[in-house]
Ligand binder design. Structure first.
Ligand SMILES: [Zn+2]
Length: 111
């Protein structure tokens, strides 16, 4: 992978990280990490349902964020773009579509 491509992937991952952190903060999962609902509405079943949805969404966002952090760590470690299962390079088109991909197409399809 060329340095320019790697720089593009890093920029995409950093953008995604900012975006994910922003979404988490909007859900109330900022750096302080706790959901903060207005206590006056705490007994409303609608809020309970919304909280469940927010928690499910936050969980998904956190998982995606962890993938993005992991990919950025691989860039630092100079192993970015290598499949974590077979060690072969991941196809550039796959990384372009999914910069945080850990596995090549073959290995991903075997799971
Ligand atoms: Zn593989």
């Amino acid at each position: 992978m060329s340095d320019a491509t790697l720089a593009d992937r890093r920029a995409a991952l950093e953008d995604e990280r900012v975006h994910l952190r922003h979404q988490l903060a909007e859900l109330g999962y900022g750096d302080e990490g706790r959901l903060d609902y207005d206590q006056n509405f705490a007994d409303s079943s609608q809020v309970t349902a919304e909280r469940g949805e927010a928690e499910a969404l936050a969980k998904q966002l956190k998982e995606t964020l962890a993938e993005v952090e992991h990919a950025l760590g691989k860039i630092e470690a100079d192993t970015y773009g290598m499949c974590e299962s077979c060690g072969q390079p991941i196809a550039p088109a796959r990384l372009e579509a999914k910069p945080a991909a850990r596995l090549c197409m073959d290995c991903a399809s075997k799971r």
